[in-house]
Write a protein that binds this ligand. Structure first.
Ligand SMILES: [Zn+2]
Length: 578
């Protein structure tokens, strides 16, 4: 029997005021009981999002006659078909998710991930899938990495359903620039930027960064994609990205985009370059070099892996390191970025409870569903994973047999999804000995990492300084001149916890003096004496005594050690220079 013709999806943009994307599907030769389902999560973001909750008006016909639809669960329907005539389905999707993970439609732009829109036709997801876009409002353009089916019109084709939902679309009026990396065309699309944004600067810096990354993986060879597209949306306030095989969707604060005169060490601009670096690195690490559990996941339920520390942590290590190797941040600036990971882990008592392997496994219920308990109950596989990667790289370098770069290339050459054993084997092959003990301690254990000592070997000094009041008492607060000081987290083992401070408390005064910001109190507080803390909780005003204690979370600084021997300085140059 010849393969049935491809499912053909269409998306219409007429209902902009209602924020409803019109979607239809023509399915030639449907099954008698044709299953249809939307994913409940999308790759790269480990949370059940249950996209079907935004779906409405689902209808089905065959030859113009209605077809009964039976909803089976929160995300799945069965169409009871008669005969082989094509099944015609239509539905609408409410699209007002400003993140990079869902769908958006208003009078100015549209954005979508296929996972929010396209019901998969069960039994038909392996072959080609077609997509056509309806008429666009005047002046709108389309940006996506999905291959076009024909030169004319907005007709696209993906090799299978997994690819169909792995090419996000941006539509509207946007700024677009292009550059070339190892002969492969790259596009950078920016929507929502302030007038006067320095697109030429962003293009030039992205080019340097992407070339550095392709060199890391392939030397003088080509990247594994024929084209790559960055979809960057600038918003009032925001930060985030989602990786795809040939593209990425990015969200950044408008103020982080470069303007003429933006300094090279501008923290916001470095944050944006770091985000670009991170998501581009994922085109290799996780999208193609994937853990076995995520290589072809069931999108109807959670896919558990203990390896996010590698796929997010190693990516987080390299995103900033490659900024340094591209010359986009100075060595001192890079050490500041690395110190922020050290600081983040230090401020997470949950690191003593969960290993990064366990935190990876629990991503669905912990990291992606943060609450007041999160820093005490888990550890970020991004931040600690980045430090584990740094420890592995610096250990390999100290022993002189190789680097983590070579481990990455060795894994890449396997050309298949990987397990922790593959990672251990690649480390052993490059390092000339087993790294199982390190993996047991650093990845599966909950002890402190030996990073300060490893950094000393490359001429970098780690220094713990006296922190502000939040670090001293073990608090994470939100503060502003209008909102005051509100406690978000009370860290395990700190003076604030012992005193009875709770998440949600509004801190009003210390030792009789009104607080505007928590560190105001440093001016009058005597560290060796108990402090009287006045706070508001549930409309009541309470007074607590905070006892003097060792600082719970010191402030970590990393700097080039001035007295480092010449050999250590040389090793530092090799590490940060690639
Ligand atoms: Zn990531």
């Amino acid at each position: 029997m010849a393969a049935a013709a491809a499912p053909h999806y269409r998306v219409g943009f007429e209902d902009r005021a209602q924020h409803l994307l019109r979607v239809s599907l023509t399915l030639p030769a449907p099954a008698e009981r044709q299953g249809l389902a939307l994913p409940v999560w999308l790759p790269g973001s480990y949370l059940l999002r249950e996209f079907a909750r935004h779906l409405q008006d689902l209808r089905a016909t065959q030859g113009g006659r209605p077809v009964p639809l039976e909803q089976v669960d929160k995300t799945r329907w069965v169409a009871h078909c008669r005969g082989g005539a094509a099944l015609e389905l239509s539905w609408r999707v409410h699209a007002l998710d400003p993140s990079v993970r869902g769908a958006w439609l208003d009078g100015e732009r549209a954005f979508f991930n296929g996972s929010s829109l396209f019901l998969a036709a069960e039994g038909r997801t392996e072959g080609p899938q077609r997509l056509s876009l309806g008429r666009l409002p005047a002046g709108w353009d389309v940006a996506t990495a999905m291959p076009r089916r024909a030169a004319a019109g907005q007709a696209y084709e993906a090799a299978d359903y997994a690819e169909l939902i792995d090419h996000p679309f941006e539509l509207g009026r946007f700024w677009c620039g292009a550059f070339d990396v190892a002969g492969v065309p790259h596009e950078l699309v920016v929507t929502g930027a302030w007038p006067g944004f320095d697109g030429a600067r962003l293009l030039a810096d992205a080019t340097r960064l992407c070339r550095q990354q392709v060199r890391l993986w392939h030397g003088r060879g080509k990247p594994p994609f024929a084209r790559y597209v960055f979809l960057l949306r600038a918003a009032d306030d925001g930060y985030g990205g989602l990786e795809h095989r040939d593209s990425t969707a990015l969200l950044a604060s408008r103020g982080d985009l470069p303007r003429p005169g933006t300094a090279a060490d501008d923290a916001g601009y470095l944050r944006l370059l770091g985000l670009i670096s991170h998501e581009y690195f994922h085109a290799w690490n996780v999208k193609r070099l994937a853990p076995v559990e995520l290589a072809a996941p069931d999108l109807g339920r959670e896919a558990y892996t203990r390896l996010l520390w590698w796929f997010e942590g190693v990516t987080s290590y390299y995103d900033d390191l490659l900024l340094a190797r591209s010359g986009l941040v100075t060595p001192a600036g890079y050490l500041g970025l690395l110190a922020s990971h050290v600081q983040a882990v230090a401020a997470t008592p949950g690191r003593r409870l969960q290993s990064v392997a366990q935190a990876s496994f629990d991503a669905w219920t912990r990291f992606y569903r943060p609450d007041a308990h999160t820093p005490n109950g888990t550890v970020s596989y991004y931040a600690k994973g980045a430090l584990v990667a740094a420890c592995l790289d610096l250990t390999l370098r100290r022993e002189g047999h190789g680097t983590l770069d070579e481990v990455l290339r060795r894994l890449w050459k396997l050309g298949r999804p990987v397990t922790e054993d593959d990672i251990a084997d690649a480390l052993a092959a490059v390092g000339g000995r087993s790294y199982r003990a390190e993996l047991d301690d650093w990845v599966h254990g909950v002890g402190e990492l030996p990073l300060p000592e490893l950094l000393r070997h490359v001429g970098v000094a780690a220094r713990a300084e006296q922190p502000g009041l939040a670090g001293r008492w073990g608090l994470r607060v939100q503060e502003g001149p209008v909102t005051g000081v509100t406690v978000r987290h009370v860290l395990r083992g700190g003076a604030a916890e012992a005193a009875g401070v709770q998440p949600g408390d509004e801190l009003l005064a210390i030792d009789g003096w009104r607080l505007r910001r928590l560190d105001d109190a440093q001016a009058w507080l005597a560290p060796a004496r108990p402090a009287t803390l006045l706070l508001a909780r549930e409309q009541r005003v309470l007074s607590l005594r905070v006892m003097p204690a060792e600082a719970l979370v010191p402030t970590w600084r990393l700097a080039e050690a001035e007295d480092a021997p010449a050999a250590a300085r040389e090793r530092r140059r090799a590490w940060l220079g690639g």
